[in-house]
Ligand binder design. Structure first.
Ligand code: SF4
Ligand code: SF4
Ligand code: SF4
Length: 264
C-alpha cells in the first residue's frame, strides 16, 4: 500500500501509541474499496467510517471499578460480584436501546450512563463525576477497655478523626471517612470493624456544566445498592428527554425532589 505525502502528514498527527493500529485500519479500509494508494481523501473517509463504527458499537452504559479487587491494601470492600450484578441489571434494563431511541441515533461517549465503584474512600476511580458513585466504607467500633495507649490510631488517621484521651480513643464521626486504617493498625483490637458497605452518590458529570455527585445513601449493603439502582434507572427512564445525563435531570427537576422520588 502506498501512502501519499498529505495522507502521511495526517497520520503523523495521530498519537504515536495508536498510530500503528490506525495505519492498519486505514489500509484495510482502502483495500476493501479496491484501492492501493492512501490519499488524503481516503484517509478522511476512513476516519469518518471508523468513527461511525465506534458510535454504533457504543454501549449505553459503563460500569467501572478501581484496582482494589486486585489486592489494594486500602480496600475495605471486594466488589467484583456486585459489579457484575450491576452490569447485568443495566443490560436487562436495555439502557443501550433506550438511549439510542432518546438520542435519535448512534451514541457518543458522553451519553453513557456511568456507574463507578471504589473499594475505599480514596475514590481512585473518580466516582464523584459518574452518574452513580459507590464508595466502599467500614464503620469502626471502639473498645476503650482494650486500649494500650500506643497512639498508632491517632497517628494513622489522616482525617484527625481520632483523639486519644485518658479513657481511650474518641471518634469524631463528622471527620471519619470510614476508611478502616485505624482498625488495621490497632495492635489490641481496641478498634474493630463494624458494618461494611457502600456510600452511594448520584448525579456527577464532567462536560460543559461539571458537577460532583451528591450523597443519597450513607452506608448501603449490596442488596440496598441494587435496589436503589433499579429505582434510579426507573427515574432516569421516566424523566429523560433527549439522552441527558442523570445530573442534568436533577438540575431540571430539583435535586431534593428527585432524591425524594427515587427513595419513595
Ligand atoms: S480506591 Fe482505594 S481500594 Fe481502590 S485502588 Fe484506590 S486506594 Fe485502592
Ligand atoms: S476509619 Fe479512617 S477516617 Fe475514620 S477514624 Fe479510622 S482512620 Fe480515621
Ligand atoms: S491503636 Fe489501638 S491500642 Fe493503640 S491507642 Fe489506638 S486504640 Fe489504643
Amino acid at each position: 500500500m502506498r501512502w501519499e505525502k498529505e495522507a502521511e502528514a495526517l497520520l503523523k498527527k495521530v498519537p504515536f501509541f495508536v498510530r500503528g493500529r490506525v495505519k492498519k485500519k486505514v489500509e484495510d479500509f482502502v483495500r476493501q474499496r479496491g484501492g492501493n494508494v492512501v490519499t488524503r481523501e481516503e484517509m478522511l473517509a476512513a476516519k469518518r467510517a471508523l468513527r461511525d463504527k465506534a458510535a454504533e458499537a457504543q454501549e449505553g452504559f459503563a460500569v467501572e471499578g478501581c484496582f482494589g479487587a486486585a489486592g489494594c491494601e486500602n480496600a475495605v470492600t471486594s466488589s467484583l460480584a456486585l459489579l457484575e450484578k450491576i452490569e447485568n441489571l443495566l443490560r436487562e434494563e436495555e439502557l443501550t436501546s433506550f438511549l439510542r431511541q432518546k438520542v435519535g441515533g448512534p451514541l457518543k461517549h458522553h451519553h453513557q450512563f456511568r456507574v463507578a465503584l471504589s473499594e475505599c474512600p480514596n475514590a481512585c476511580s473518580q466516582v464523584q463525576i459518574r452518574d452513580v458513585a459507590l464508595i466502599g466504607q467500614v464503620e469502626i467500633r471502639i473498645h476503650p477497655e482494650r486500649c494500650s495507649f500506643c497512639g498508632e490510631c491517632e497517628r494513622v488517621c489522616e482525617e484527625g478523626a481520632l483523639t486519644l484521651r485518658e479513657d481511650g480513643p474518641v471518634l469524631d464521626q463528622k471527620k471519619c471517612v470510614k476508611c478502616g486504617a485505624c482498625t488495621r493498625i490497632c495492635p489490641e483490637e481496641a478498634l474493630e470493624e463494624g458494618k461494611r458497605g457502600y456510600r452511594v452518590l448520584l448525579g456527577g458529570k464532567l462536560g460543559r456544566h461539571p458537577r460532583l455527585a451528591r450523597e443519597i445513601l450513607p452506608l448501603a449493603t449490596e442488596e440496598e445498592v441494587l435496589l436503589l439502582l433499579k429505582k434510579v434507572v426507573k427515574f432516569y427512564k421516566t424523566h429523560n428527554e433527549s439522552g441527558e445525563r442523570l445530573g442534568a435531570i436533577f438540575d431540571r427537576l430539583g435535586w431534593e425532589k428527585s432524591f425524594e422520588e427515587i427513595l419513595r
